[in-house]
Design a protein around this ligand. Sequence first.
Ligand code: ADP
Ligand code: MG
Length: 152
Amino acid sequence: MKRFLSDEAATIAFARQLFEHLPENLAGWTVLLSGELGAGKSTFARALINAAGHVGPVPSPTYTLVEPYNVSRGTIYHIDLYRVSDEEELRYLGWNELDDGFRLVEWPDRAPGLSAQADLQLTLAYEGDGRQLELSGLSDRGAALVNTLTPV
Ligand SMILES: Nc1ncnc2c1ncn2[C@@H]1O[C@H](COP(=O)(O)OP(=O)(O)O)[C@@H](O)[C@H]1O
Ligand SMILES: [Mg+2]
């Protein structure tokens, strides 16, 4: 599914829409967020975490690697793999133990094997003054979710 997001407000609105289509229990879902620097990955992540009910700052996990948020529908782990150079390092951040929550991953290309374990791939790309969004399902339930979103 592709959609043109003309400004930051459109990115935030899409994050809210996606959140509404996620299951009540967020545990075990993994969403990969790709795109170059400034494409809007963190804007999207912040909007989704806010949509889930978190009030307050959403600091970048660049140095901590993982920032957890306890929300009414479970735990959201905002993960940034920018500083990770290979799959082995995922063990150090306790990747496997984070499956009790919803994993929202920036720079997933640092660990290419993640695609096989993820549900959704969201990619943001610069287009004029806005961004082109592409969302695809990586798992059966992810693909089913994408089909419930209306393309624009
Ligand atoms: N759809 C959009 N169109 C134009 N600008 C956007 C859009 N979405 C977000 N932005 C802006 O682009 C920048 C994205 O920054 P950020 O979310 O930190 O990117 P990333 O995490 O991918 O490096 C912010 O300045 C934000 O206001
Ligand atoms: Mg970012």
